[in-house]
Design a protein around this ligand. Structure first.
Ligand code: UT7
Length: 329
C-alpha cells in the first residue's frame, strides 16, 4: 500500500506588505532584508479572516485537484502554531467549514515542521490500512503574533496556507508514487530560541505580559540559523537513507522558506544544484508550517513536478522541531 499525493492547494491572503512598507515602520531597509533573508514581500491576513479560512481555501483547492469531495476524507490534520482557538483544534473548525462529516480532525504543533509531521502521520495511517484519504494542511497567521516594533523578527513572517490530499493506492509497487520516507526530530532543550512566552496556560495573557510584549514571537535568529542548516541536512540525509535514494537522484528540493541563505547552505551541503531548489521566499517570507505545502503546490501548478520525480521536502522550526519527507511523484 502506498500513500499518494493526489492533489495540492494553497491560499495566501490578498494584502501585501513590501520591504518598502517596513522601511516606514522600523529601522530597516529593502537592501538589508533582501540580502540577509531573500524576502521582498509577504501576505498578511485581513481583519475578518481566520486561520481556518485560509485552511478552507487551500484545502478546497487540494480537494478539487484530487477530484474528491470533503465527505470522502477520513482525516484532516492541520499543522499550525497560530490556531483559531486554544480549544478546539483548527482542524475541527476546518472539518465543519469543509463539510467533511466523515473525518477525524486534529492539529499538529511542530512549528515550521508541522506540515511534514502531518504528512508523516497521514502516511502512517494510510499504509497501516487505517484510513484511505487524508487532507494535510499547513496554515499560519503569524502576523497576529508578530511584534511590529521588533525589526529582527517582523520583516520575516507572513500568513498563508498550503494543503495536500493523500490517498491510499492498493497494490502499488513499493517504489511507486507516494510518500517513501520521513524523518522527524525535536530538541526541547532549546525551546527558548524561538517561542511565544505568554498566552499559554503557563503564562496566561495579562496586563503585564501584554505590556512586556511576551505575547509575540521572539527568536534568537543567529543561533536558529546555524542549527537550521545542520539539522535540515541531517534530516534530509536520514530520509533519503531510509528510502535508499541518493541526493543526485533528487529532482526537486522543496525546503522551508525561512531564509534564502539557510536554503543555499542546505543545498550546498547536500550538493543539490540551484536549479533543483524551489524558491518562493521572496513573495511570502516565512509562513512557518504553510511554507513547504505552499511551495509544493506552486511547483506542482507550474508543471515542474513530473511522474517518477523524487521530491525532497525539509523543514526546521520552533520546539525545536525539524524533519524531512521524500515523495515519489
Ligand atoms: O522558521 C523557523 C526558523 N527560523 C529561521 O530559520 C530564521 C533563522 N535566522 C535568520 O534567518 C537570520 O538569523 C535573521 C534573518 C533573523 C537575521 O540575520 P543575521 O544575519 O543572523 O543577522 P543578525 O541577527 O546577526 O543581525 C545582524 C545585524 C544586527 O546589528 P548589529 O548588532 O550588527 O549592529 C541587527 O541588529 O543586523 C541588525 N538587524 C537589522 N538591520 C536592519 C536585525 N534585523 C534587522 C533589520 N533591518 N530588519
Amino acid at each position: 500500500m502506498n500513500a499518494v499525493i493526489r492533489g495540492t492547494g494553497a491560499y495566501t491572503p490578498e494584502k501585501v506588505l513590501t520591504n518598502a512598507d517596513f522601511e516606514k515602520i522600523v529601522d530597516t531597509s529593502d537592501e538589508w532584508i533582501v540580502t540577509r533573508t531573500g524576502i521582498k514581500e509577504r501576505r498578511i491576513i485581513s481583519e475578518s479572516e481566520t486561520n481556518s479560512d485560509l485552511c478552507l481555501r487551500a484545502g478546497q483547492n487540494a480537494l478539487d485537484m484530487a477530484g474528491i469531495s470533503a465527505a470522502d476524507l477520513d482525516m484532516i490534520i492541520v499543522g499550525t502554531v497560530t490556531p483559531d482557538y486554544n480549544l478546539p483544534s483548527t482542524a475541527a473548525v476546518v472539518q465543519e467549514k469543509l463539510g467533511a462529516a466523515n473525518s477525524a480532525a486534529f492539529d499538529v504543533v511542530a512549528a515550521c515542521a508541522g506540515f511534514l509531521h502531518g504528512l508523516s502521520i497521514a502516511h502512517g495511517f494510510i499504509v497501516n490500512g487505517n484510513i484511505r484519504r487524508a487532507l494535510v494542511i499547513g496554515s499560519e497567521v503569524l502576523s497576529r503574533f508578530t511584534d511590529y516594533s521588533d525589526r529582527s523578527t517582523c520583516v520575516l513572517f507572513g500568513d498563508g496556507a498550503g494543503a495536500v490530499v493523500v490517498e491510499a493506492e492498493d497494490g502499488a509497487a513499493p517504489n511507486g508514487s507516494g510518500v517513501l520516507s520521513s524523518y522527524l526530530k525535536a530538541d526541547g532543550t532549546k525551546t527558548e530560541l524561538l517561542w511565544i512566552p505568554a498566552g499559554g496556560s503557563t503564562k496566561p495573557l495579562d496586563e503585564n505580559n501584554i505590556k512586556s510584549r511576551e505575547r509575540y514571537i521572539t527568536m534568537s535568529g543567529n543561533e536558529i540559523y546555524k542549527l537550521a542548516v545542520r539539522s535540515m541536512c541531517d534530516a534530509a540525509l536520514k530520509a533519503l537513507d531510509k528510502a535508499g535514494v541518493s541526493t543526485d537522484e533528487i529532482s526537486w528540493l522543496i525546503p522551508h522558506q525561512a531564509n534564502i541563505r539557510i536554503i543555499e547552505g542546505v543545498a550546498k551541503r547536500l550538493k543539490i544544484p540551484d536549479q533543483k531548489v524551489f524558491l518562493n521566499i521572496e513573495k511570502y517570507g516565512n509562513t512557518s508550517a504553510a511554507s513547504v505545502p505552499i511551495a509544493l503546490d506552486e511547483a506542482n501548478r507550474k508543471g515542474l513536478l513530473k511522474k517518477g520525480d523524487y521530491i525532497l521536502m525539509v523543514a526546521f522550526g520552533g520546539g525545536l522541531t525539524w524533519g524531512a519527507s521524500l515523495v515519489r511523484w
